[in-house]
Design a protein around this ligand. Sequence first.
Ligand code: BGC
Length: 794
Amino acid sequence: MPLRYFPKNKNDMKKLLTTCLLATTFAMTTNAQPQLRADNIDEVLKAMTLEEKAKLLVGGANNFFGAGAVVGGEADLVAGAAGTSPAIPRLGIPATVLTDGPAGVRIDPTRKGTDKTYYATAFPIGSCLASTWNTELVRKVGEAIGNETKEYRCDVILGPGMNLHRNPLCGRNFEYYSEDPLLTGKIAAAYINGVQSQGAGVSAKHFAVNSQETNRTAVDERVSQRAARELYLRGFEIAVRESNPWTVMASYNKINGEFSMGNHDLLTKILRDDWGYKGIVMTDWIGIREGLPTTREVHAGNDLMEPGQPQQVQEIIDGVKNGSLDIADVDRNVRRMLEYIVKTPSFHKYPASNNPDFKAHAAITRQSAAEGIVLLKNNGALPWKDGAIKTVALFGENSYDFLSGGTGSGCVHPPYVVDMLQGLENAGIKSSATLTDIYRKYIEYAKVKFQAERHPAKWFQTEMMGQQKYPEIALSPIAINKEVGAADAAIITIGRQAGEGIDRDIETEFNLIPEERNLIIDVCNAFHQAGKPVIVIINSGSVIETASWSTYPDAILCAWQPGMEGGNSIADLLTGKVNPSGKLTMTWPIAATDHLSTKNFPGNVDNYTFQMMVGYKMPIQGQDYTEHSEGILVGYRYFDTARKEVAYPFGFGLSYTTFEFSNPVVKAKGKDAVEVSITIRNSGKVAGKEVAQVYVEAPGSVLFKPDQELKAFAKTRELKPGESQTLTMTIPVRDLASFDEANSQWLAEKGLYVFNIGNHSRNILKMVQLNLPEYTEKTSNALAPQQPMEQPKL
Ligand code: BGC
């Protein structure tokens, strides 16, 4: 029955009329001002003024150097987050918050006016995560990171870092995964799927060819189309196809003469047309830059300028008005922004707790780090069985100031870091009190000295930009000898720190400094004389020199920078609670100069350059371009083809048990793929996991091919002694193809393909073969070099 209302008097009548009027006005306004929903993007787009459209494409804030440094408004949403996309409240468009990564949420750990803290879990760095070769585990890490992103009221984590380890001297290699694009892409896709399963987003960065920090905002990376497609872009391609990242971050550098951020070939032809990418692209953090109009970035397919500057909004408006920018380009980008926004936690008004589950996340970081740590040498000294080692002499300043991660935007502020001392203590192992005292006092002193002497422009050398590394101290052989009696074993931690804005030098950062070398030799001499073992722990984000000293210690563990539970993860491996199963994701050369790329890798430490922040203009010095004259001969593609001796090959890592590989099979799977399988049996005495690595030798009569390339990998579950598992891997035929520059196409030649299966690139255990027909796939002729390229020489 309809509800009827009759006004009883004049007053009631007035009330009724006012209500009707208000209701009509409300209906009219909401009509004119649609509120954003997932299903009314067209309507919202239509309702937007040009100014609003331009505003949405220009980032809202930059908290990097303090809240609101660039544009106010949304700056204080999450203190310390890197930036935002702007809100347009009239249309129900919320601001979204972008926080650095990739090893955890990088926000300010404390805030003004409250005692509450906002520490975040420091997860293992990229190199460590990738060294697990375990995509399921990396996905779990991604889930935890996605959860923390959301719980700290952020929408997107600015990671994974996906640039290739072109050379071991790149300062940000710790954030990146590998010298191999397949491994990079698979690990990144696992991370992204993990984060995005939580309803938060990622920004796959830095797209692309950003494999050096020196002069990164200006350098022109001159690279062949083949090396670009097969190496530097390939990881991104896999990630786009297999995990659909919400956002991609365009790198600072130029590629073949054109800034990535304004590079239509890169951001539209390759990313969207060739790969079918559907998300948004944002710039790396630079704002306005000389020689690159914002209008050009918008046209190229850049949807969000970070960190935004008001002038850029005006530039877009003016561009449309004066015809230099097509409104269709603006609308296309705005639509993509709206499609992104409706997915975010901010849009869904997610009630962030600011209280992530540290306990659960600590367990994940402990487990993933233990699986990413690589056992490089073991003469039987490890594991320490049944409490055989009760007291350890702990040398090296990083044993007491353990580096959980790198510096710069990739650092995280964790609630604690478990150092070696704590990790051993938690495992019931005592350490020398004298050494603890010496090193702790030194670290206190070194911290103060370091900050007092720091060049003010070196912002990345403050604690807010990550833990710093203090020079190793010299210990006299007499002091070392005194430790032998009371200890059952010695541990020496060799630490290295690196990060954003600066590459590493060979002399003091890749090589050991005399204090470290002497420490290893003197400790080994003293302890070996007493028949006691010495273990070296490498606490570094990237590769260091080992060949000159690796004969001294009994065991070497590359622990990377394994996150805030580092000491516990290492103790788990030392005591055999976890059996090492990490494998290197890059070649460890004998000398840094052995890499073909070193010839063209800038190694000048004073040559630091930065993005131009407002009021913080750094000089741009250094070289203007980097010639990738090594072409595709990066990492093992070079070392294995040239048969050059290395310290540790790609894919290498020891275990406490042994494995047998048997029953290799390769067969066609439909006409587009190949299936490879292998059975792995634990033939040793303790449980463990093993990685099957498939390296393909392909016919190369038309195009040169490296001796072999990683085309698939898989890790077993934990196998008990005697237990077996058959691993089956699928390789799409297009993954076997090389880029044929002359014809702008992917080409896999017809002929015999050899599938080498082993547990590192130089330990091939089984081999199977298959004849395949030719495969071709046309692409655009994007990213053509502007000048003839030097050809790689073996
Ligand atoms: C870095 C990015 C980072 C951004 C925001 C830039 O300098 O290159 O990796 O995400 O700053 O902090």
